[in-house]
Design a protein around this ligand. Structure first.
Ligand code: ADP
Ligand code: MG
Length: 339
């Protein structure tokens, strides 16, 4: 559906993004994830048509749109700042684009009601001035307005960043629902890993103007392709050489390269395993434990390595009031970089 090929954008001499390649399938939720300044907005604005790339192409359904002006690309756009008309009613904000396109009054009415329903704004709110709504409600208006003309593709640039944590979580789930219900293709920019994992079909992880990995949330998290992705997407324990040497002595599989750097995610270390498990037992000392309700964390020490372990409190947790315990590590869960 959308194919970005060899995209490069320069601001004067500064190369903001380079060699950016990805493909977005029809109806999917595709996320550009990365820290501030890595080139997410630059990429999105190139797709929107606000920026002219210095190299590469952007194809929509096989047609290169690089020369197509913004208004002819037929995309919906939603930004961090709502960019609404503050003195207009909610209704008129949502209806704005439809009025310009000279839809009939009845058509406009019907479409606005449909959209209000979709983003869960009620009739009373539709009559209010936008400035009288909360941030979360204003963002619902912005979403409704962007969807008014039924764009096939909708671009989102950190639309939830200005909202407080609780509202952000709620709207996240709603955005996903809206995307599914409308069948739109979404390209979504965020620096928030949890957000990306929760709502995306595929994620492209950006670092320094380049893509480090593209994959499903599970692939990005479980099989992080680079050390940067591994550390950016979630917490991971660094495994020191004595630890890896011990694992190599125990394993029946291919030994690890001791010149490489190794990590394991906190929740992949187990305190118990099934009998047929290939996990390697590791004797460890418990230094600290903290109970969080649904899970607990343990700080342990083994073979010169400090490990933080997350254990779900599901009623099967062994009593851990002892100082010496056995941890189980499945070699498959170890991520190896460099070397
Ligand atoms: N208009 C501009 N002029 C010069 N440099 C810019 C401009 N916009 C962005 N940049 C630079 O390009 C890089 C990528 O920026 P941006 O795409 O906004 O990153 P992100 O959205 O991931 O935070 C940054 O180093 C930023 O400072
Ligand atoms: Mg940005």
């Amino acid at each position: 559906m959308i194919e970005v090929k060899d995209l490069q954008v320069k601001y004067d001499d500064f190369v903001a993004i380079d060699n950016v390649n990805f493909e977005v399938k029809e109806g999917e939720f595709f996320t550009l994830l990365g820290p501030s300044g890595c080139g997410k907005t630059t990429t999105l604005r190139s797709i929107a048509g606000f920026i002219k790339p210095s190299n590469g192409s952007i194809e929509v359904k096989g047609k290169n749109i690089i020369q197509t002006p913004v208004e002819k690309r037929g995309l919906g756009m939603i930004f961090q700042s709502y960019a609404l008309f503050p003195t207009m009613s909610v209704f008129n904000n949502i209806a704005y684009g439809l009025k310009i396109e000279k839809y009939s009054k009845a058509q406009i009415n019907e479409r606005v009601m449909e959209l209000a329903d979709l983003v869960e704004l009620n009739e009373e709110q539709l009559q209010k001035n936008v400035s009288d709504l909360s941030g979360g409600q204003q963002q619902r208006v912005a979403i409704a307005r962007a969807l008014a003309k039924r764009p096939n593709i909708v671009l989102f640039d950190e639309p939830l960043s200005n909202l407080d944590a609780k509202l952000r979580k709620q709207l996240r789930a709603e955005l996903k629902r809206i995307q599914r219900e409308t069948g739109m293709t979404a390209i979504y920019v965020t620096h928030d890993q949890d957000e990306a994992l929760e709502i995306s079909d595929h994620i492209a992880v950006f670092n320094n103007g380049k893509i480090e990995q593209i994959g499903t949330p599970r692939e990005i998290y479980d099989r992080s392709a680079t050390e940067f992705v591994c550390k950016f997407i979630g917490e991971a324990n660094f495994l020191e050489t004595p630890f890896m040497t011990y694992l190599n002595e125990q394993t029946t599989g291919t030994p690890f390269n001791l010149n490489a750097r190794h990590y394991i995610r906190e929740e992949k270390i187990k305190l118990w395993v099934n009998e047929d498990s290939k996990a390697i037992p590791v004797q460890a000392t418990v230094l600290d434990e903290v109970f969080y309700g649904t899970f607990s964390t343990y700080i342990c020490e083994a073979y010169g390595t400090t490990l933080r372990i997350i254990v779900k409190e599901d009623g099967n947790t062994p009593m851990l009031d002892k100082k010496a315990i056995t941890l189980y590590i499945d070699p498959y869960d170890i991520l190896e970089y460099g070397g």
